[in-house]
Write a protein that binds this ligand. Sequence first.
Ligand code: PLP
Length: 315
Amino acid sequence: MGDPSGGHSGDGGLAAIGRTPLVRLEHVVPDGAAEVWVKVEGGNPTGSYKDRMAVSVLTAAVERGEVSPGDTVVEYTGGSTGTALAFVAGVLGLGFTAVFSDAFSDSKRQAMEAFGATVLVEPSGDGTITTRLLERMRERALALADAPGAFYADQFGSSDVPRGYHPMGAEIAAQLGGAPDVLCMAVGTGGALMGTLAGIRASGVDPALVAVEPAEAALLTTGVPGAHRVEGVAVTTNPPFLDRSALREVRTIEQDRAFEMCRTLARTEGVFGGGSTGLNVCAAIDEAVALGPGHRVVTVACDTGLKYLGGHIYS
Ligand SMILES: Cc1ncc(COP(=O)(O)O)c(C=O)c1O
């Protein structure tokens, strides 16, 4: 099903997953800093790198006979994973039910529904993402997954999640023509960070690893939960796929700086992303300044800014 360039063939729209561009930032990186390269993932079919994990999880589950056409996939989600799962589920003849919340962009709810999902909305109260809210969403999803014909996608547990990002790492190594010195990415489950690292390492190179989190919910550095507005990241103090021993460091970035970076990136670099992209680029620039010339830092524009229009970042 997969091919070495990260694409997929033989399953309609799934063939459009992967093979995204890697671009060098020209304007936002100060003179005297290392190069900063960004893997622009917004060109995936649902506008997010989550398509990579969704196709990995669901095709592996179908191949193992754990789910069959007519069954319903269940997951709790801030919307990007849910949209990717809805898209892949539809192509594979599966249903999809998402447990979502009004703390996330309404456009993400609409996108999931456009791909045929049933979306259940757990009220947040004040529009912020908290660990308590995520726990309530999880409990609701697990209860639904108990029904006959239901399959829990398990974005926080399935080893097919990080595996889905191996092609992204292979693409980065090939596009860069060698090793980045640092790979730097914000962490939700840690699947994208660790899977990408594994894909790069399989190409025989071994960058230093830097995890990124919002200062308002510095779960990795302080363990103290906090309300924040960066969708998809800082969801648990113990990201299931994150191997902390592989990290050189964790960088915390203030969310307002990340959101300002999103606006600057759109206007000056033509890189259009969401809040996690802003976090990633801020941290990559800080890394690049610390490293100095002659080095390369790679990070990711996780998804397209189109998902955030009408939200707090761009309006
Ligand atoms: C927009 C966005 N950025 C970053 C992440 C973090 O990715 P991961 O869960 O692989 O660490 C997510 C995960 O949901 C996301 O939706």
